[in-house]
Design a protein around this ligand. Structure first.
Ligand SMILES: Cc1ncc(COP(=O)(O)O)c(C=O)c1O
Length: 442
């Protein structure tokens, strides 16, 4: 960190994503350095990271083995084309991922983001059915409140109106499951709610409506992240699996947030013991250090597509210039090793009860109408100000930042997802700051 505050001379040119640009630029919050559990703000303050950046820096910030791997790879080979060419570490990473993936998901398609992983998984699902002689299966089922990134595929299957309304017509042939959340029954559940699994039965209605022969895949987040941290009721995912099996429909888990330890296991699929056909990942894959995503693919799907035509023909007309980028791969290999060496997924699982007690300690704090948690993730829902949704949560966000805590708010919910290296006293600090901020906002 330099001694002088770092402020750019002009904030205008950068059109910031998912940001109220005018509001932000009137009072900018700039981060200039990061180490372990803390950011350094441009005015030189230490800010505790309650969000792992944006649900991604699971190993914490500035971790030496990852930094060194990135530096070494950038110096050794900056780039290698991924079409009809490859570099050895890409194969190594695919193998390491297959080792921690649920059984039979032994093939990996590399992307550069969660959005690209989602669109890739959707295309792979379509290609599979076509290769399997079922090319009438073209429709997708998402779920209300689902967030699957910002590609046209992802916003189509996604269930957030704000992310769709500016962008005219989306993918045809998409329908949505109803949301499973009922605050009256599930409010203040500790961990997975025990009611609500029956919401998955609505998939049977959609199958009856569209006919199974037209449906390619169902895509859901095994924990609803971006829409406000809603933990899936016990039994819900297995019900989806059973109905998909019954009708030959693929099941895609979007694990862009839940992958790599967030729920105290490598994947939510592992934690809940439910086997999807495809898993989309990004974020924690290399702890947010270099843009990267990956789709984990069931052997049956891979083999069907890859063995469908003659050997000299490209099997899947899909890929990215930066698929398996050497620097991203090096970062991911170092990150997976760090997760293993420091047993960070297990650590998240061990800390989860402490986290649960701490977050539920906010029950009764001003404005709090629900608290949700699993692993090292938490959502604290606030009563919205009458006629001004999101305003109260935004004030909490700004005031927390001023007090040295980075949180994320989505709607009127505070979403927390700290790096998995967090210590107990830092967990206490998060909730002490939040308690005092909540008492101070109207
Ligand atoms: C479940 C899920 N899918 C997809 C995405 C999109 O990822 P990206 O922003 O890397 O495109 C996100 C991002 O938060 C996500 O939470």
């Amino acid at each position: 960190m330099s001694d002088t505050p770092q402020t750019p001379n002009d904030l205008n040119a950068y059109w910031m994503p998912f940001t109220a640009n005018r509001q932000f630029k009137a009072n900018p919050r700039l981060l200039v350095a990061a180490k372990d559990m803390h950011y350094t703000s441009h005015d030189g303050r230490q800010v505790l990271d309650g969000t792992a950046g944006l649900w991604c820096c699971n190993a914490g910030h500035g971790r030496a083995p990852i930094v060194e791997a990135i530096q070494k790879q950038a110096a050794e080979m900056d780039y290698a084309p991924p079409f009809q060419m490859a570099h050895p570490a890409a194969f190594e990473l695919a193998n390491r991922l297959a080792e921690i993936a649920p059984p039979d998901l032994n093939h990996v398609f590399f992307t550069n983001s969660g959005s690209e992983s989602v669109d890739s998984a959707m295309k792979i699902a379509l290609a599979y059915h076509r290769a399997n002689g079922q090319s009438s299966r073209t429709k997708f089922i998402g779920r209300e409140k689902g967030y699957h990134g910002v590609g046209f595929g992802g916003i189509s299957v996604g269930g957030l109106g704000n992310n769709k309304k500016q962008f005219a017509s989306l993918l045809p042939g998409v329908d949505h499951l109803p949301f499973f959340y009922d605050r009256g029954k599930q409010g203040f559940s500790k961990g997975e709610p025990t009611t609500g699994a029956e919401a998955a039965d609505a998939l049977e209605n959609l199958v009856a409506l569209h006919d199974a022969s037209t449906i390619a895949a169902v895509i859901v987040e095994p924990m609803v992240g971006s829409a406000g941290v809603y933990i899936t009721p016990t039994g819900y995912l297995q019900k989806l699996r059973d109905i998909c099996d019954k009708h030959g429909i693929l099941l895609i888990f979007d694990e862009v947030i839940t992958g790599f330890g967030r729920l105290g296991a490598p994947f939510a699929a592992t934690k809940y013991g439910v086997q999807p056909d495809l898993i989309t990942t990004a974020k924690g894959l290399n702890s947010g250090t270099v843009p990267m995503g990956a789709v984990l693919v069931h052997d049956r799907i891979h083999d069907t597509v890859v063995n469908a035509g003659p050997e000299n023909i490209i099997e899947l007309f899909h890929g990215y210039t930066y698929s398996a980028h050497p620097v991203a791969v090096a970062a991911a290999l170092a990150t997976l090793k760090l997760y293993k060496d420091e047993a960070l997924f297990e650590r998240a699982n061990t800390l989860a009860p402490y986290w649960q007690d701490a977050i539920h300690g906010l029950k009764g704090a001003p404005h709090v109408i629900d608290i949700r948690n699993s692993g090292l993730v938490g959502g604290i829902e606030l009563e919205p100000r009458p006629g001004k949704p999101t305003a109260r949560a935004y004030d909490v966000f700004v005031k927390s930042y001023d007090k040295g805590l980075l949180i994320r708010t989505t709607g009127d919910t505070i979403a927390l997802s700290p790096p998995l290296i967090i210590e107990k006293d830092q967990i206490d600090q998060i909730f002490d700051i939040l308690r005092s901020v909540l008492s101070g906002v109207d």
